[in-house]
Ligand binder design. Sequence first.
Ligand code: GUN
Length: 294
Amino acid sequence: MAEALILSGKTVSQHVYTSLKPRIDLLKRSGKTPGLAFILVGDHPASKVYVNSKTKRFVKLGLFSETFKLPENIPENDVLSLISDLCDDDRFHGILVQMPLPKHMNETTIIRTINPKKDVDGFHPENIGLLVSGNPRFIPCTPKGIMRILEYYQIDPTGKHVVVIGRSNIVGRPISILMSLKQEFSNATTTICHSATSDIPYFTRQADILIAAMGVPEFVKADYIKKDAVIIDVGINRVEDDSEKGYSLVGDVDFDDVAEKASAITPVPGGVGLMTIAMLVENTVEAAERLVER
Ligand code: GUN
């Protein structure tokens, strides 16, 4: 039986970095090295790994970044005043507060403190409003990365039924909005399934493009999908095993089960995760270009 086409985040992200190089060089020549401030609160193990991977990419591309590591029990006001200082600091064109935050913090209050022009995550209400109304400034990195993978492989969502599992502010909700925008390479009919959906497979079996973004290891099996569907796996879950590390990474899709039935699929690792980083770099470059134009 034919195996699905692998939609490689490695290939597409390399393509993005190559096309960003001249823009980065131009900014540097004018004395404006794109810079990003990472704020990492607490000891969430996956968050540390993500910020580390993002930082490494910034170093590799000769971009500027600094990580502000704050203790889990820091008062919210201290985080807010750090963000205010970073908003006024010209070395940083972008500010990223890694999610999730400790329970005593209000995510919305923190995000609203970021200058929307430095909100490279696209989480500020002003940026969400611009996205919903079809005039995006910053598009959240993971949804933007998914669109870029589809574009690279010429998989056009126009007229297709896109089913998203998961309604997070970071992935599920913004990708459903992007997919339904009246523009080229969007124009899809969209359905969002979530924890209160009574029969998720009923919807997923209708999907031409299925986006799994709910954080449940290997939730999507072959009998959840339509033959020849395109499968985008956003999940990065640690499952314990006997390896040296003690765990391995799996997606929200059971890759081996689904790969023979799907027409195309993103792997984990090596799929959407790499695109999230590439789009963060792109958004930071865009932020620097806009702030330089002022
Ligand atoms: N946590 C998981 N994904 C993301 C992301 O794209 N941005 C931020 N800030 N936190 C995250």
